[in-house]
Ligand binder design. Structure first.
Ligand code: ATP
Length: 500
């Protein structure tokens, strides 16, 4: 329940990274027991402020008051000790260690005696933490590397809630989760609110925001715009406040029926892997083929297989008229296939390299002459795509690691669109992307379709699947269980019925 006492006061906070003014004189308050949404376009400063509160970054100016006292965390561990938990946008776990060690990272001392850690006790406690949020299928002893993006996010949720934080910050986490994972997250948010804690909830999904939050604060270009409460949270008005202009409201394709060319550009027949059971499909030129299902249905694995990342036990794959085995992504790129992975930071971009090199990476053969790429040609190629996708970046030499989440995603898209791949496998392409750019990406997908490109759209967002696809395949337990042609009769409940 929202109390009248204020927990967090942000007072005139500013922060710059070199030339980028990420936050400019931002001030607002959040009360105890309040679930506060936090929205703004990509690069508007949401993660920067969250990171300052949670001790990751230092602010340049301003004050933060927590529970009546000035708050200045020097480290994340210090912030945790003071009751602040942050679930970051990307993967926040450490690869080489166990689930339990991740949950108690920085707090191992509590299981130690004379310098020796009692791992049995740590595992037992981690098991309790996981059970508490209904994730008892995750084993504390296992290395975290055995778990996928969604399961790792659930482990991070368990870690965050275990300490009963007075302030829980959730940065763009829901869109890495399936409906089951989202239920876990929402129930944790309800628990925090029930014991009088406060939640700062960052999301680009405004419907989710209105469902989950008591109020919302809007940032634009690092500047505080407004805070709306309860019934004042009207989606169309929030969009205008975020973007600073009226939005058209037409995100998706308007045709009632689907269309596609005759030519099949890619097909798989009777494919089996550990995750796929007798899967066959055909992708046509000029087609957007939607692939949906629950997150463990096999759709993400199918995307990996079509890009040569995984190999089938049996079955055939035909690509641009040739039957073959894609042994690796290099072969797939040669066959003109592009792939946007759901797992952005670890699979889709090189964080410690420039925006320029990331965008050019797969197109060097196209923009080079006699094996040499002239810097001028490279630069104009990169600038064209930065401009086209409105990537918010100071210059093309900036490291991708310093971009906001949504802008990283735009770099991934630019890389494949720039190459002109005629087969595009998009796994959750609009993950973390703000509404303005979402609209631009959907327009781009329609243009690519019109030019004859084939797109396999793997998505957990049903409105996106229904709104963009010519045909939808639903997968369940590794099999394709239904096929629906584009039509106004296709609804979310109809697809959900096939998925569960
Ligand atoms: N470590 C950093 N180094 C340099 N610039 C940074 C760094 N972190 C953030 N920025 C810049 O600060 C600005 C705000 O980024 P921030 O990540 O806070 O945005 P955001 O609102 O969370 O965006 P998104 O919705 O895309 O996640 C961006 O221009 C970003 O490039």
């Amino acid at each position: 329940m929202v109390e009248n006492q204020v927990l967090l006061q942000i007072q005139h906070v500013s922060k710059s990274f070199g030339l980028t003014r990420a936050l400019r004189d931002v001030s607002f308050d959040v009360r105890k027991g309040e679930v506060r949404g936090f929205i703004g376009e990509n690069g508007s400063g949401k993660s920067t402020l969250s990171n300052i509160i949670a001790g990751v970054y230092e602010k340049d100016k301003g004050k933060i008051i927590l529970d009546g006292k000035e708050w200045k965390a020097a480290t994340v561990v210090e912030a945790e000790e003071q009751g602040i938990a942050l679930i970051v946008q990307e993967i926040g776990t450490i690869e080489e260690i166990s689930v339990a060690s991740n949950i108690f990272l920085g707090n191992e001392r509590r299981f130690g005696s004379r310098g020796i850690i009692n791992y049995r006790k740590m595992n037992q406690e981690a098991k309790k933490a996981l059970e508490l949020i209904g994730a008892s299928d995750i084993s504390p002893e296992k290395p975290i590397g055995e778990y996928n993006l969604e399961e790792r996010k659930i482990i991070e949720i368990a870690k965050a809630i275990y300490t009963h934080p007075k302030l829980l910050i959730v940065d763009e986490t829901a869109n890495a989760l399936s409906s089951h994972g989202r239920e876990i997250l929402y129930s944790v948010i309800r628990d925090v609110r029930n014991y009088g804690g406060t939640v700062l909830f960052i999301t680009h999904d405004l419907e989710e925001l209105v469902r989950v939050c008591d109020s919302v604060t809007i940032l634009r270009d690092g500047v505080y715009i407004d805070t709306c409460y309860g019934n004042e949270m009207i989606i169309n008005e929030l969009k205008v406040k975020m973007v600073g202009r009226e939005m058209s409201g037409h995100y998706y394709r308007t045709e009632e029926e689907g269309s596609m060319g005759e030519k099949v550009v890619m097909s798989v027949k009777n494919v089996f892997t550990s995750a796929l059971k007798d899967v066959s499909l055909e992708l046509h030129e000029g087609e957007i083929l939607g692939l949906g299902g629950l997150s463990d249905c096999g759709m993400h694995e199918l995307g990996r297989l079509l890009f040569g990342l995984d190999q089938p036990y049996s079955g055939t794959l035909t690509c641009n008229g040739r039957t073959e085995r894609l042994k690796n992504p290099v072969q797939a790129i040669r066959r003109n296939i592009g792939y946007v992975s759901k797992n952005r930071d670890s699979e889709a971009i090189i964080l410690r390299d420039s925006v320029r090199n990331n965008i050019c990476l797969c197109s060097l053969d196209k923009i080079s002459k006699f094996g040499f790429a002239a810097p001028k040609t490279e630069n104009s190629f990169v600038d064209r795509w930065i401009e086209r996708l409105k990537v918010k970046v100071n210059n093309r030499s900036e490291y991708v690691a310093s971009l906001s989440g949504g802008n990283k995603q735009k770099v991934v898209l630019a890389k494949w669109l720039g190459r002109g791949s005629n087969i595009l496998i998009f796994d959750c392409p609009t993950r973390g992307i703000d509404i303005g750019v979402k609209e631009a990406i959907y327009t781009l997908m329609s243009e690519l379709k019109a030019q004859g490109h084939a797109i396999l759209l793997i998505s957990e967002e049903l409105p996106e699947l229904i709104g963009m696809s010519d045909r939808i395949l639903i997968m369940k337990d590794g099999r394709i269980v239904c096929e629906k042609m584009r039509s106004p009769e296709i609804t979310e409940p109809l697809l959900i019925k096939e998925m569960i």
